[in-house]
Design a protein around this ligand. Sequence first.
Ligand code: UD1
Length: 365
Amino acid sequence: MKIINVAGARPNFMKIAPLMDAFNAAENIEPLLVHTGQHYDKRMSQLFFDQLGIPEPDVNLAVGSAGHAVQTAEIMKAFEPVLTGYRPDVVLVVGDVNSTIACGLVAVKLGVKLVHVEAGLRSFDRRMPEEINRVLTDAISDLLFCTEASGVDNLRNEGVGEEKVFLVGNVMIDTLLKNRSRADDSTILVGLGLEDRKYAVLTLHRPSNVDDPGAFGRILDAVEVIQREAPIIFPIHPRTSKNLRAGDLWARVETMSGLRLVEPLGYLDFLKLTSSAAAVLTDSGGIQEETTILKVPCLTLRDSTERPITAEAGTNTVVGTDTERIISAWRAALAGRGRKAKTPPLWDGKAAQRITKILCDKIQV
Ligand code: UD1
C-alpha cells in the first residue's frame, strides 16, 4: 500500500512522526512524506524533524505563507503533480490546517482514498479557519480516525457512515509519551532561571486573539497582573510577534518585567517547560491535550474547545478572553483547585499502531 503522508504546519509534525514510524515498520506499507512548506522557519519546522526523528520529506512543496485562498490554491497546484507522478493508494492528512484540506481535495478529485487523522473535532465556531478545514476534510474522507468520543458523535450527527469512523486514540500523545523522558534532560529551566511549578507558560497564535487588538489587549490586561505573581514564559509564534511589534501593544509588553518573550521552542524544550509549569495559558488546541496528560492546569483563552474531553476529564478550563476570568482561573489553578485529571480512553501511546492495523484491514490494493 503506497501512502502519501502530508505535513505542513508545526502541529502536524508531532502527529506525523509516530505514523511514519509505524508505516516504515509495516512490511506491506510504502510511505512517502510530503511537506507542503506551510511552515518553513527552522524553529517552526526543521527543529521538529530533527528532534522527533522524522525522515526528511521525499517532496517539499515549499509553498510558504500567503492568505487562505492563495496558500490553499498553491498547495493544491503543487500537490497534484506529486499524486499523478507517484500514484499512491492512499493520501493521509492530519489535523486541521490549510495543508490538510488542500491535499485532501486534490486526493479525492483524483480518485485516491483519503484518510483523516484527528477527525470529527468540532468547536462549532465557523469563524475559525480550522473549523472549516475540519468539516470539509471530514466530509470527503474515506476513513476517519478520532481521538475522542465527541469526534465520533459529531461525525455520526453529520451523517458520516459508521463503517468509516474509528476511535483510535491520539497520535500526538504517542509522541509525547515516547519523548517524555528525553525532555526531562532539557536544560531549559536552568537556562531561563526557573523553579519547578513557580512560573506560567503562555502561547497565543489564533487570529481571533492576536489579529484582534481588543481581544489581545484584554488578554494582556490579565497577563500584566499575573506576571507580577509569577514569571510568564511566552514562546512567541511568528504571527503573534508580527502583530505585537506592528501595533500599540508592544509598548505595554515592554513594561512587564515578569513577562519573558522567547523564540518558538523546539519540541523537547517546550515539553519540559510545560511539564514543570504551575499552569499553561494558551489558545492552542494540541496544548490542551498535552497538559491533560502532563496533569498541568491549562487555561484555554478561547470561548470554545473542539477537544471537550480535555475539559471533562482533563486539566483544561475554557476561560475565554475576559480579563477577570483569566485572572481568577489562574489563581484557582495556583491554589490547586484545578480538577484532577483522568487519562482519556486510548491516549496510551498506541494510536499509530491501531491506525496502521485498520488501514491494512480496510484498504484493498
Ligand atoms: C497555522 C494554522 C493553525 C495552526 C498554526 C500552528 C491554518 C489556517 N492555520 O496558523 O491552524 O494552529 O499554524 O502554528 O492552517 N510565519 C513565519 N514562519 C513560518 C510560518 C509562518 O514567519 O514558518 C508567519 C508568516 O508571516 C505567516 C504567519 O506566520 O503569514 C501565519 O502563518 P500561517 O501558516 O498562515 O498561519 P498560522 O497562524 O501559523
